[in-house]
Design a protein around this ligand. Structure first.
Ligand SMILES: Cc1cc2nc3c(=O)[nH]c(=O)nc-3n(C[C@H](O)[C@H](O)[C@H](O)COP(=O)(O)OP(=O)(O)OC[C@H]3O[C@@H](n4cnc5c(N)ncnc54)[C@H](O)[C@@H]3O)c2cc1C
Length: 800
């Protein structure tokens, strides 16, 4: 057994593609006192990397995931472990053909070169393929095959870390909320920082430190055929054909010399309890490889032969059910957990391994990730997501849906409902159509408002009409004309209290918060590079008491990690509820229900007050994300039903409607209100995002201030575009025949009668009136840069 050092700066658990990449990148940034432990032999450890066929398809709806893949390709190439044969996805149905056009648009948005092919062009590149079976192909020339094990060996050679095989981590010593040491089968190593890169064993290693790692091992079928006659004579490691995806049959293919590898996601999800993963001693071949179940593969094999007829002359030679990880949203789990010093780098594909290694190592070294990781951050999930029951259910669905055509608004089907607001029963009575977000059931529109619909919807094709109804438009217009009641309960919020609360929030945010209790301030939280970590609405309710409107659990985790001992951060979301009472008649509804003066003079814009709405205690903020007169009314959850009922009767008398998220989103867009995570994220600074008004460099020091200091005029800007149709976001924007940017949020601006989309553009193309084109399903449509905000620029509607 290997000799272990007694102490190390960092211990990495796992020497698969992720652990090896992290170790090599840590060396690159000068962190060399690192031990990498693997329970299996090196370099073929028996983990998922040991038998992955290594297909690297880089296209991804997530910009971050696409960039991690692109960086991985560059790194594999540098290591001599990449075969850049290109990747082709084929469409066997008209719907998939449309989807390929959409993927081509995504790739263009993210700067990945791609093209659409005719069936014949696909067959020229993959001569085994029958072109009569397909409608089209989508080709990324820089996709290819990564040799995972070769890459691991090369990374280990390059790294200055110490690699120890056949050494299992058996325990993690945590004291005072911090990591202190790891126990291994070869002894104890004192350390302050552990990176868990243990693949499907992640939940077992996490448990050693008392944390739930939300991933589940799932079996996946892979078959290597006997030699294909048409490939006779090819050397064993030669790959000439592009890698191939046949998503309509949930399959992928790659050449290896004379043979073909055929992978299938077609079978029922085969979930494996982490406690049932076999040990090296018990596993027939290796721990991640289970016995092949031919009956699950049969239908897929028929589909494989139909698409690639020469495979009909072959038989499965090697066949496996092998395991890898699925998470509730399909993305990796990266970053520091609630146990200080315990980092995760889990649920990462070979496709993203070296990119993730780079990101995690830089993050450890500098304190901030080098690219935006909001979609991968381990702290992005609400509490229910990490429960074994939920992870298991979602992993099964994620496996099923891995190659499905997913609409951007498509909610998960199961398990639901998980979280409901106190208004849920009332919303059901109004025939609300619910979509799901972070476990919350959120009404998108109310069928009870169907009689308000006038005229035909404008600018929507069938794709943009999914998860939408003309009632959305009616609710938006009714809110502008009279008013609406919006359930805003799912907004993340926290209370920050204590003697140090003001100083703490001043340090973490960009705007001046040292104002009288009763003031509300919109501010940003930045990272050290000046990138936008989140936007936050801060209501000062007392000298040492603040209510914060946030964007998700990640913000709460960040605040808690940063808080000094005299500051307390409480997540108050679940214990409270919120109604947005917005519209020209909002005051007529509210005033008779309270003794407080809610006139413009008595209760000014961006002010907060604790008052009673009849017998309900309410924290009231005079602001509106839809751009109307009104208030956000927060109450303890047990009063929620009473609050709704109290408002509902006078609301109806004044012609207000219950309005859903559909109306909300369209209205906030036409009002120019950005949504963090969709319109801007940590890649962007406040000035580029049009949020410079929320930055007060003269207020004193705050995180990110120094980085912003030296910046000149932005080279890119987030601006609104108007066009004659509804697009969905993430579409490429063209100017002068070149792709120059991409859209973020998009909808129909009902009050302006035009399609609207926010877009990131080079500053020189972001001037008002600039003509551009938006690509949507491979067609380009004229658009132009609109005034910002497009609706009510003088803010007359809110300040009255
Ligand atoms: C059949 C199959 C086909 C696939 N095809 C592709 C593909 O084409 N493209 C793609 O991108 N991805 C593919 N994948 C997924 C990919 O293989 C994995 O996501 C990736 O290899 C995971 O890398 P990793 O380093 O996180 O995990 P692993 O390679 O599993 O490494 C984790 C390591 O941690 C070690 N470990 C665990 N617990 C302990 C402990 N307590 N102490 C010490 N060591 C421990 C294990 O021994 C293991 O070596 C495929 C997976 C399978 C199974």
């Amino acid at each position: 057994m290997a000799e272990l050092p007694r102490r190390a700066d960092i211990v990495v658990v796992g020497a698969g593609i992720v652990g090896c990449s992290i170790a090599a990148e840590l060396s690159r940034v000068g962190i060399t006192d690192v031990v990498v432990c693997d329970q299996g032999p090196l370099p073929v450890t028996g983990g998922s990397t040991s038998h992955a066929p290594g297909l690297v398809f880089q296209t991804n709806p997530s910009k971050t995931m696409c960039e991690l893949a692109q960086r991985s390709v560059a790194r594999y190439t540098e290591l001599g472990a990449f075969l850049g044969v290109g990747g082709i996805e084929v469409a066997a149905s008209p719907e998939r053909h449309q989807e390929l056009k959409r993927r081509h648009g995504l790739a263009t948005s993210w700067g990945l070169e791609s093209e659409l092919l005719t069936p014949e062009q696909v067959a020229e590149r993959i001569p085994l393929l029958d072109p009569s079976r397909i409608h089209a192909g989508y080709h990324v020339p820089s996709d290819g095959v990564a040799r995972g094990v070769d890459a691991c060996a090369a990374l280990a050679r390059e790294s200055r870390a110490r690699f120890v095989g056949e050494t299992a981590v058996t325990g993690i010593d945590v004291a005072g909320g911090r990591v202190r040491a790891v126990e291994t089968s070869a002894g104890r190593i004192e350390t302050d920082l552990i990176v868990v890169a243990a693949g499907i064993w992640g939940p077992l290693v996490g448990r050693m430190a008392g944390i739930q790692v939300p991933l589940y091992p799932v079996e996946h079928q892979l078959v290597w055929t006997t030699p294909v006659v048409e490939l006779a004579g090819e050397e064993d490691d030669v790959v000439r054909h592009p890698i191939l995806r046949h998503q309509d049959s949930c399959m992928y293919f790659r050449q290896r010399g004379e043979r073909y590898g055929v992978g299938s996601y077609q079978h029922r999800p085969l979930l494996v309890d982490p406690d049932e993963i076999p040990s090296h001693a018990d596993a027939p071949v290796m721990p991640t490889m289970l016995t092949f179940t031919p009956e699950d593969f049969e239908p897929a094999w028929r589909d494989a032969v139909a698409l690639l007829p020469p495979l009909g002359q072959t038989e499965p030679a090697e066949a496996m059910n092998a395991m890898f990880s699925f998470t509730p949203d399909g993305n990796p789990l990266l970053g520091e957990t609630e146990v200080a010093g315990l980092w995760l780098a889990e649920a990462v594909w070979v496709t993203h391994g070296p990119g993730v290694g780079w990101a995690v190592a830089e993050w450890i070294a500098t304190g901030s990730p080098p690219l935006d990781l909001r979609e991968c951050d381990v702290n992005r999930f609400e509490a229910h997501v990490s429960t074994p029951a939920y992870v298991r259910a979602r992993a099964a669905t994620a496996y099923d849906e891995v190659y499905d055509i997913i609409h951007p608004l498509q909610p998960m089907e199961e398990p639901r409902p998980i979280r409901v607001s106190p208004f849920y029963a009332r919303q059901q009575e109004l025939d609300a159509v619910f979509l799901e977000a972070n476990g919350w059931e959120r009404p998108h529109w109310y069928e009870a408002n169907a009689s308000l619909v006038e005229g035909e919807p404008e600018g929507r094709d069938p794709w943009a009409s999914r998860y939408w109804s003309p009632i959305v438009a009616a609710e938006a217009l009714a809110t502008r004309e009279r008013g609406g009641l919006f359930d805003m309960t799912s907004l993340k919020r926290a209370e920050v209290t204590g003697p140090g609360a003001l100083g703490f929030l001043q340090r973490l945010t960009t705007n001046e918060l040292d104002r009288q209790p009763g003031y509300v301030t919109y501010a940003l939280m930045l990272d050290e590079r000046g990138g936008i970590l989140s936007d936050v609405t801060v209501a000062r309710l007392g000298e040492t008491r603040f209510q914060l409107g946030l964007n998700g659990p990640r913000d709460v985790a960040y605040l808690r990690r940063q808080a000094p001992p005299d500051v307390h951060v409480a997540d108050t979301t679940g214990g409270t509820c919120c109604i947005g009472l917005w519209g020209p008649l909002a005051r007529d509804v509210l005033q008779p229900l309270t003794h407080d003066d809610v006139s413009h003079e008595g209760f000014g814009f961006f002010r907060a007050r604790e008052l009673f709405v009849r017998e309900v205690p309410v924290t009231t903020l005079r602001l509106s994300y839809v751009g109307e007169l009104g208030w956000e009314l927060y109450a303890p959850a047990e009063f929620g039903r009473r609050l709704w009922d109290t408002l509902w009767e006078p609301a109806q008398e004044h012609g207000l409607v219950a309005a859903g998220r559909g109306a909300f989103n369209a209205m906030r867009l036409e009002k120019g209100y950005r949504s963090w995570g969709t319109d801007m994220w940590s890649e962007h600074d406040p000035y580029e995002a049009g949020l410079g008004f929320a930055v007060r460099p003269d207020k004193g020091d705050f995180v990110g201030r120094e980085a912003l200091g030296g910046r000149g005029e932005p080279s890119r800007r987030l601006v609104p575009l108007t066009l004659d149709r509804v697009v969905m976001g993430k579409e490429p924007v063209w100017a002068n025949g070149e792709p120059v940017g991409f859209t973020t949020s998009a909808d129909w601006a009902h009050s302006l009668g035009t399609g609207i989309a926010y877009a990131w553009l080079p500053a020189e193309l972001a001037g008002e009136g600039q003509a551009v084109e938006v690509e949507y399903f491979h067609e380009r449509y004229p658009a132009s840069v609109a005034p910002d905000p497009p609706f009510d620029p003088e803010m007359k509607r809110m300040r009255r």
